[in-house]
Design a binder for this molecule. Sequence first.
Ligand code: TNX
Length: 519
Amino acid sequence: MTIELVPRPASMTVNSGDPFQLDDGTVLVATGPAADAAWLLHDLLRAGTGLRLPVTDTAPATGAIEFTLTGEPPAEWTTAREAYRLEITATGVRIGAAAPAGLIQAVHTLRQLLPVDTLRSVAVARAPFPLPALVIEDEPRFAWRGLMLDVARHFLPKESVLRIIDLAALHHLNVLHFHLTDDQGWRLPVPGWPKLTEISSWRTETAIGHALAKAGYDGTPHGGYYTADDLREIVAYAGYRGMTVVPEIDLPGHVRSVLAAYPELGNTGERKPVATTFGIFSEVLAPSDEALRFCRDVFDTVADIFPANFVHIGGDECPRTEWRDSPFAQEKAAELGLAGPEMLQSWFTRQYADHLAGHGRSIIGWDEILDGGAPADAVVMVWRDFAIAAKAIEKGHRVIVAPVQAAYLDYYPSDLPEEPLHIHNQITLEDIADFEPVPDGADESSLLGVQSQLWSEYLPTSRAVEYALFPRLAASAELAWSTPQVRRDHPLLERIPGHLKRLDALGVNYRPLDGPHPW
Ligand code: TNX
């Protein structure tokens, strides 16, 4: 029997013994904090197997799937926290981990070990379902294995976000980086700033590029936002599956949607509509008390809704033109003792970091936050150039690599002309499968992790989003989880056809291996 897990575990020994037969006599055994993982397995198996496996605290002699916590839980954002051991024999299944997070990762492995039909939305196959006799000892290569979803360029309904979380978790990803704000839309209600949901969340066109307009997505208003309770639900749904939601509020650039509602926060006072095109806009926040009050209110709301210890403050693509041209910004820079208005971005970054520190949170920013210096504990998300990663590490920052070379799933998956609309360049499944995320000469331990990006300028529907994500996300997940040695010994591309059967059962609109299907 070939076992085609994606990502491939650190170590797997398949035994010749009989498989474990999962059926209506199977019992999930767990106590205390281990019980959440047992209930997760109960919930995830219920639809596709038709079984309602009981969760109890006493193990029968045979037929148990036992969840055990062993030893002291390792610190947050360590790989040991998600390590687990899974042993399957004909008489029972034993899962051990130091932390509940490890037990959850074992659950996702079990989902992949079961027959593919158990992933369907209703039971089409009947128990018993065999689980192969084996021992897996597993631990991720990186503590942060992220997927960035851009719900600002095109709003994704809550149900679609939950589905993507479910699919990402199945691949052992553990962070949803939620890009909630941008020039083209704002998706978060903030008390005291009602026009963010009345005005900033909407634009007059669905299309935000000529190509998309040509494809017929033009002239229809587009928008939406999540309520605070929607966001809490997304956080809880992700957390149950082992994923942390890290919100991004992109400041002080990428704020056209904010300024459409509150032009007084900008440098010119001019009111322009929420952007209906994309690119880098010159409009940025003014270094004013009122703009700072806005930022603080936004981050207070974010800290209230999202329990993650990190908040992403954006910081990318922030032109200095308006600050250079504005007498107010020039004076402010002088008053603050800055070398010039160029330095205002790093001043903003420090203001956010200090404010969020009051909430016990650390900041993450796109690599531009290094210009002018970033607070020492800021995590730098490197996207533009791998050399920047080395520079950030040298300055003592922890780094997440999210490089345009291999981690932009909004790029074309091939150069074939029938490929549906994507943006800019091309990143194939093979490119990702071959990618080594640790920059040359960098110490692996300074990398918090790796992350894939799904910018959505050209992705107006959930189907388009799934096509861009899969199967490339499986390759991204593998480079985040599996060691270079394991990846060399077990080439991913050999496991992908088997893995696509899982995506078929899950109804994922993935890009087929044999070519585009843009229909
Ligand atoms: C660059 S990556 C951006 C985004 C775009 C993306 C398109 C980054 C921090 N900024 O605003 O959506 O390119 O690929």
